[in-house]
Write a protein that binds this ligand. Sequence first.
Ligand code: 4NP
Length: 169
Amino acid sequence: MSDSTPQYRIAVVCLGNICRSPIAEKVLAARLQRAGLGHLVEVESAGTAGWHAGESADRRSEVALQRAGYDYGHTAAQFTAADFERFDLVLGMDYDNVRDLRGIAPDTLLAGNVRIFRSFDPALMHLPEDDPALETPDPYYGTQADFDAVVAMVEPAADGIIDHVRLEL
Ligand code: 4NP
């Protein structure tokens, strides 16, 4: 296998794929790059709903990413049952996403690849999987500050995901 072939693939999934999961995807991809794993790990994002497919990220997501020093180019897509075959880890941003993803998984093995994103935050990983503190709240009906808060929430979790991926490679 060449050095440029990804060995591990991660999908980050929210509802609309214009607010939370594009932010989480860009933060995770940038930190993987910084960790020297950018060529080995591929990150994509998608939504359980297809309402915004083809659109850019919400302008407030773009602003939050840009302010924090991340890229923000994005085209929204819907996550489908067939996508499960392409990913080693499928990360929902809230429990609705996790439940919807497990509901469309082709089999129980693939459903087992679904986790909630912030469960990898070292400060939160002691919490049980149904703890509301592991959710990344939907900022869609909120303000720019809620989008900036999403960046801050996903950064430590992204580093925890990178630690997890190192063990898997
Ligand atoms: P996201 O936020 O799931 O974080 O992308 C939302 C985006 C769009 C809608 C809801 C949530 N919507 O209802 O269109």
